[in-house]
Ligand binder design. Structure first.
Ligand SMILES: [Fe+2]
Length: 433
């Protein structure tokens, strides 16, 4: 798509429905956003030993990240330079000491450079000889990581990873700083969910404080009733009832939860769940952090007001509960989401269990929370594919937010500042040459 002008589709307070449905716009998004910007590949602990690989799709490109003998992690195209066959066939595994193509046994060092071309004399005098760099597996143009989280960009030019993440890097700080050694490790299995909706539905929903008390009302109210009954019976109320009952907080409560909207579409929904109960497990965890970082820094780490951090256009990081959701768009109306969770290194098992409860209550196949969201997004996609209207409204509290240094602070938690900010970023990506 040449000379794409988003201004006909994106206005400051509304967007045209085709940005969610048009296959040509989807292709342009893949090319102009996903195949240019930094895309999250995974955590270093997914590939602990040399030769360990993990397949990842960047935009439309099948790639894999692979651990090197020197401990670094590289990201390569999953394609043999000989006849184009994919080199790793599974989602994850170990290549052994070299990567070998299953078709004609061309083999490559773990950095992608050619190791051996079988029966090499047949190529003598042609351009496909081992001194030609085209005989190696093509790497991602750039790879970088932040606190163990690996990103790749298919564009040689552009902002650095740090510039791209900007303030949103607090997602990884807030997660890792909750460990006394400053590190997390992945729990090596994730929930994979196909959303039958455009990827933008999910990104908008994550900071949409207007929806929980409606969409999640039935679950929230039911959990709240149990919570109350247990309290009345003087019983200990497990924190996981609170995870669910908080969804049914009053409208006024939701409206007081601020969103902070950064450049590049990133953003934060501030904390609304009390996650520092004074039980022995929490106190033991906090004591470990104070020991490691000192009273003041530990308190600073524990009191960051974060529920979610969004790294636009694909990550929702729930750092206080060590959970990360990542999108891989497939088509305008189909999006793969991968939901990972992490263990804080060096903390009591009970803290991990607590996060696991949240992970499963909100995101497992049996969840009552994500299931209700998925239904809305599917119905949203169907509505936008119809001829029942052309525009999607983001008018709520338009003109009411506070701007400061390129950052938009909502004065009301339910402001649609989030969507307006995301579409500013979208337009900038899409109109760039
Ligand atoms: Fe929701």
């Amino acid at each position: 798509m040449k000379n794409f002008d988003p201004s006909a589709l994106v206005e400051p307070d509304r967007v045209h429905r085709t940005v969610y449905t048009d296959p040509a716009i989807f292709d342009a998004e893949m090319e102009r956003i996903w195949e240019r910007t930094w895309v999250y590949c995974g955590h270093v602990s997914q590939v602990p030993r040399p030769g360990d690989y993990y397949a990842v799709t960047i935009g439309r490109q099948p790639m894999f990240m692979v651990r090197q003998p020197d401990g670094s992690v590289r990201v390569l195209h999953n394609r043999c330079p000989h006849r184009g066959v994919q080199l790793v066939g599974n989602l994850k595994g170990n290549t052994g000491s070299s990567i070998v193509c299953s078709y004609h046994a061309w083999s490559f060092h773990l950095d992608g450079s050619v190791r051996a071309i079988p029966l090499a004399q047949g190529y003598e005098g042609t351009r496909m000889t081992r001194d030609n760099p085209d005989c190696g597996v093509k790497p991602a143009a750039r790879v970088d990581s932040y606190r163990g989280f690996v990103f790749a960009s298919l564009a040689r030019e552009g902002p650095s990873l740090m510039e791209f993440l900007g303030e949103a890097r607090v997602a990884f700080d807030d997660m890792c700083d909750r460990s006394p050694v400053g590190e997390v490790e992945v729990v090596p299995i994730c929930h994979r969910v196909i959303q039958h909706s455009n990827w933008k539905f999910f990104m908008e929903n994550q900071l949409d404080a207007l929806h929980p008390s409606v969409t999640h009302q039935s679950t929230g109210i039911a959990a709240g009733r149990v919570e109350k009954r247990l309290k009345a019976q003087q019983e200990k109320v497990p924190l996981y009832y609170h995870y669910l009952s908080a969804f049914a907080s009053s409208f006024e409560q939701w409206n007081s939860v601020q969103t902070i909207n950064f450049p590049h579409g990133h953003g934060i929904l501030k904390a609304y769940m009390g996650l520092r109960p004074q039980d022995p497990d929490t106190l033991a965890h906090e004591a470990l952090l104070k020991q490691a970082y000192g009273e003041q820094r530990a308190e600073e780490y524990l009191s960051r007001s974060i529920h979610h951090v969004l790294v636009y256009p694909y990550l929702s990081v729930q750092s206080p509960l060590q959970q990360l959701r990542c999108l891989r768009p497939i088509s305008p109306d189909k999006t793969l989401s991968e939901i990972w969770h992490f263990r804080l290194k060096g903390v009591p098992e009970a803290i991990y269990r607590r996060s696991l409860w949240y992970y499963n209550l909100v995101n497992s196949p049996a969840t009552m929370i994500n299931a209700d969201d998925l239904e809305n997004w599917t119905k949203g996609q169907w509505g936008l594919q119809s001829k029942g209207g052309d525009w999607v409204s983001f008018h709520r509290y338009f003109g009411d937010d506070r701007e400061e240094g390129g950052v938009t602070y909502s004065n009301h938690g339910t402001s649609e500042a989030v969507m307006r900010s995301q579409f500013r970023a979208w337009s900038a990506y899409m109109s760039a040459e």
